[in-house]
Design a protein around this ligand. Structure first.
Ligand SMILES: *[C@@H]1O[C@H](CO)[C@@H](O)[C@H](O)[C@H]1NC(C)=O
Ligand SMILES: *[C@@H]1O[C@H](CO)[C@@H](O)[C@H](O)[C@H]1NC(C)=O
Length: 986
């Protein structure tokens, strides 16, 4: 929440300033006919006069009676003023106006004049006020001879500010704000000894603070923002400009401390230094400006660390006229002093958002009885919000979002007769939404999302006559939606995502004709999609994903012309997908995770609907029954067929070529490896497994560091493990497998057998470490932050590696021990599957297989928690077993538990947990860090949050497909990889 722009205020000031026009000039010898012709010339250049404003400009009346024209009273009657403001006139400004030699004031503000300002206007010796603001004029600014008030703001004027303007020493006002003027204020401006108003904001001025300005001691109003000015503001600015009343430097790159010699410019009543890089403290001298009514310091880097640093706030109590104070977006920290309650009773707007404020709600605020806006969002404020807030009867906007407020939401808020916006989202409010919230007379926006609220959606909130936006998402609200929801005729946004709402989606929702966004996803809604939703012609986004919705998709949704996004995924919908309207756009529609859908446009890659005439228990003979192949709809038909055939073939493997080991890898000796690892010292040890220890080291001839895996041959099975890994790795190369450099089979210094494998070192260590090591050693609960995108990328990498192992053209390699500690990460966070010590070949029957899959290896069946359930019963090693392990790894990546978490103590597996929580309650189980990333807040657009949610659900769904209880139900790695790629790239 930020303060509104200063420009309206300036506009008021300007209107006030242009009221007194100085009378001057001598009589002219030119005839009055010239003026008539000039005006008619002006009229000729107007191409459109929608209000017929110039109808009266005809010869039936004297030109002095024409609309907008003022003449001097004395003959000859010459035009002294032409005022054609806000008439919708379109056209060019005729150069003939340059003949109105008696004109003193020309105001063409707020029309659509195009082209350049005629240079002939520069001849008008008597022109004092030129108001051309808010048109679409272009070109350069002509030089004027005698203007005292020059206002051409809001055009497309380019070029630089003409230094020759400085010749008009009588100039009292220059306003050319909101153009495209470059350069800086000319140094000649130092001579403008009468200048009172200089408004050049909204241009492209660059360089330092214009020194010439410091000479303008007559200056009352100075507006330099926004521009590209930089450097420090001269500390003597207030001494030099001691008449200053208005100081606007907003939107530049000024830095350093805020000049504090305020006492010298005691008339200052409006200060806007916002959106700069000012550092240091807020000057305590600000409190000496007794006329101050507007102080905007937001978007700087001002700090307040100690009570002393907050002294400025105590002093601001002396500014008894203060109406607006903004310190948002700075670095103020700690408790807000209670002296805030001593601020002016005139205060209407108070902004302290986006700082580092802590402690309780600054209760002094409730003394400020004329407040209209309170903005405290995005701080670290805690405790309850006092009931007293309900006494601020003038309050129109209350923003307390993104803090740590707890307790119940004060029901006294509904006593506020003018409250229009209530933003309490992303706090820790508990309890119910006060039932009195149905009584707000003027509420427009209600956002209480992302709290811990439970109970029902209160009756009446949909009947608030002014309501436009309601967001109650990410709470624990339950029960059915009130049926009076259809009363909200002017409601535009409705967010109820991620609650526990159940029952039907009310049919009356279709009566809310203004709705543009409906988000009902991740609840427990059942029943069918109301056909009436097809009547909401303004609808742009409809998200009903992750509920228990049944039935078919109403074709009426295809009628919604403005619909941009439709998400019906993860429900129990069936029948044919419509093909009209939004359903023509495959990227705008999400329907995956519904088992029974078919048809639709080809780009949706759905199975075809087989239409057979119904002849049995149907009343309607014409009704057709659509038989659907129940298959995950996001997989293309081609992929399904491919997958099925691979599935059937997977135990039949092709022959494997086995080139000699020695030919492929460079030879290294025991001594080489001993040297590389400082004699296998413990300081080089980076991992230890069942059969081996892994050391980090540097071979003399190799460029990069390596990992040396030394097999503990005295452990039973280690020899086999070495052979298995050699066999697995000798023929495979894939970007997501750990690259093996060489192997060493030799004897050590004591004459014992020595076997080792040498890999490229993976500098980021293994996935287990990444997932479970903590940010700082002190607190075991502070896990490292891993973004959703990083997690997805790791999952896709591992799936690619596994798909390659299972389905490469050399044969099938079964890893048998896939788990996070066997997944290694390089410096780019690319994941590589390693440790093939338990790997098995599924070689073709014509080839003798080295790692015989049928051999019973008892204890070698992978790792508890990751091994497929059939392995526990001594089942055959199979690729489906790897698929299971992969599924568990995937779930662990997204449902990361802190090491201390008790969730799985009672034998509940991660697979079970996911199954019972999917999809409606997955937010309760996934890594809370991901929730933070998905949290709806000002920085994360809603669409991004939804995409994230959808991706997360799709990912977990793949995990569940991999971890089905029986091997036959699981999908294969090739399908998995294809699905994951689609999810990632969607
Ligand atoms: C001329 O101006 C008068 C008003 O002064 C207006 O009533 C009249 O319609 C105008 N005539 C034409 C032809 O536009
Ligand atoms: C122009 O001014 C002369 C006197 O200076 C007067 O007689 C004549 O009527 C005026 N014409 C118009 C159109 O005002």
């Amino acid at each position: 929440m930020e303060a509104t722009t200063i420009r309206q205020l300036l506009l008021l000031v300007l209107v006030a300033c242009s009221a007194h026009v100085v009378v001057c000039g001598s009589s002219s010898l030119d005839g009055n006919e010239t003026d008539r012709l000039s005006l008619l010339g002006f009229k000729d250049a107007i191409s459109l006069d929608p209000q017929q404003a110039l109808l009266s400009w005809n010869d039936t009346t004297h030109f002095c009676n024409w609309k907008g024209v003022l003449c001097r009273v004395k003959a000859p009657h010459r035009v002294t003023s032409l005022n054609l403001t806000s008439l919708g006139l379109v056209g060019k400004i005729s150069p003939s106006l340059g003949n109105l030699t008696f004109i003193r004031s020309l105001a063409l503000t707020e029309n659509t004049f195009t082209g350049e300002i005629p240079s002939s206007l520069g001849h008008l010796r008597r022109l004092q006020t030129l108001l051309l603001n808010n048109n679409t004029l272009q070109g350069r600014m002509p030089s004027f001879a005698n203007c005292s008030k020059l206002k051409v703001s809001g055009n497309n004027i380019t070029g630089t500010i003409p230094a020759s303007l400085a010749n008009i020493t009588t100039l009292t006002m220059i306003s050319c704000a909101d153009n495209h003027i470059k350069g800086n204020i000319p140094s000649e401006f130092a001579d403008l000894s009468s200048l009172e108003h200089l408004y050049v904001g909204g241009n492209q001025l660059a360089g330092r603070f214009p020194q010439a300005i410091l000479n303008l001691s007559t200056l009352i109003g100075l507006d330099l923002g926004p521009n590209g000015l930089s450097g420090v503001v001269p500390p003597n600015i207030y001494t030099a400009l001691h008449n200053l009343q208005i100081l606007v430097l907003f939107g530049n790159f000024f830095l350093g401390h805020i000049p504090s010699s305020f006492t010298n410019a005691s008339n200052l009543h409006l200060i806007d230094l916002s959106h700069n890089n000012f550092t240091g403290l807020v000057p305590t001298t600000t409190g000496k400006l007794t006329k101050l009514s507007y102080l905007n310091l937001e978007h700087n880097q001002l700090r307040a660390d100690s009570r002393q640093d907050w002294k400025f706030l105590d002093n601001l109590g002396n500014c008894t006229k203060l109406q607006m104070l903004s310190l948002s977006n700075n670095r103020l920290s700690g408790h807000v002093p209670s002296s805030i309650g001593n601020l002016s009773n005139q205060l209407q707007q108070l902004y302290l958002a986006k700082n580092e404020l802590s402690g309780n709600f600054p209760s002094g605020i409730t003394n400020l009885s004329n407040l209209i806006i309170i903005s405290l969002g995005a701080n670290h404020l805690t405790g309850v919000v006092p009931d007293m807030i309900g006494t601020l009867k003038t309050l129109q906007l209350l923003a307390l979002c993104k803090n740590l407020f707890t307790g119940v939401i004060p029901s006294s808020l509904s006593n506020l007769p003018r409250l229009g916006g209530l933003y309490l989202y992303s706090n820790q409010f508990i309890g119910h939404i006060p039932s009195s919230f149905g009584n707000f007379p003027m509420l427009q926006y209600l956002d209480i999302s992302n709290n811990n609220l439970h109970g029902r959606v209160p009756m009446g909130i949909f009947k608030i006559p002014s309501i436009i936006g309601i967001n109650l998402s990410f709470n624990n609200l339950s029960e059915q939606l009130p049926t009076d929801i259809g009363s909200a005729k002017q409601l535009v946004q409705l967010g109820l995502s991620s609650n526990k709402l159940f029952g039907d989606i009310p049919n009356t929702l279709g009566d809310c004709e203004s709705l543009e966004n409906i988000e009902l996803d991740s609840n427990i809604f059942s029943g069918s999609i109301p056909t009436s939703l097809g009547n909401i012609s303004n609808l742009k986004v409809l998200n009903i994903s992750a509920n228990n919705i049944t039935g078919s998709i109403p074709t009426s949704l295809g009628n919604l012309q403005l619909l941009e996004k439709l998400d019906l995924s993860f429900n129990h919908l069936n029948g044919e997908v419509p093909t009209k309207g939004i359903f023509r756009n495959a990227t705008a529609v999400r329907i995956d995770g519904n088992q029974g859908l078919c048809g639709g446009i080809p780009e949706l890659h759905m199975v075809a609907c087989f239409v057979i005439p119904s002849n049995s228990n149907r009343h309607d003979e014409n009704l057709v029954l659509k038989v659907v192949i129940p298959i995950a709809s996001m997989v293309s038909l081609a992929m399904v067929i491919l997958g099925l055939s691979l599935w059937k073939r997977k135990h039949k493997c092709k022959s494997i070529a086995l080139p000699s080991f020695a030919a492929k890898f460079p030879k290294v000796s025991f001594n080489d490896l001993a040297r590389a690892t400082q004699g296998f010292s413990t300081s080089n040890l980076i991992g230890r497994g069942r059969y081996s220890s892994v050391y980090q080291g540097k071979l003399v001839e190799a460029e990069n560091e390596v990992a040396v895996k030394v097999f503990n041959l005295e452990t039973g099975g280690a020899q086999k493990s070495f052979i298995a890994e050699c066999n697995a790795l000798r023929n495979v190369r894939h970007r997501n497998l750990v690259p093996i450099l060489t192997a060493c089979s030799s004897i050590d210094s004591n004459g014992n057998d020595f076997k080792a494998l040498v890999y490229e070192l993976m500098p980021q260590g293994d996935l287990h470490k990444l997932l479970y090591s903590t940010q700082d050693r002190e607190s075991s609960s502070d896990l490292k932050f891993i973004t959703l995108a990083q997690r997805i990328s790791i999952v896709v990498d591992v799936a690619d590696a596994m798909a390659y192992l299972h389905h490469n053209n050399q044969g099938t390699i079964i890893h048998c021990d896939l788990k996070p500690s066997n997944i290694l990460l390089d410096d780019n966070m690319t994941a590589h599957v390693g440790d093939f010590g338990l790997a098995r070949f599924k070689a073709s029957s014509t080839m003798p297989s080295l790692g015989n899959s049928s051999s019973s290896l008892g204890a070698l069946m992978g790792t508890i928690g990751y091994a497929a359930p059939e392995y526990a019963g001594g089942g055959q090693v199979s690729t489906a077993g790897d698929v299971y392990s992969f599924g568990v790894v995937l779930l662990k990546i997204f449902i990361r538990r802190r090491p201390t978490d008790d969730t799985f103590k009672d034998g509940l597996s991660i697979v079970k947990l996911t199954e019972i929580s999917f999809p409606g309650r997955v937010l309760e189980i996934v890594d809370p860090e991901l929730l933070q990333e998905l949290e709806p807040c000002q920085e994360t657009p809603v669409a991004m949050k939804e995409d994230g949610m959808h991706t997360l659900l799709s990912m977990l769904n793949v995990g569940l497909c991999c971890t089905k209880q029986t091997p036959g139900e699981r999908i294969n790695m090739q399908e998995v990889a294809a699905k994951l790629h689609r999810i990632r790239d969607d």
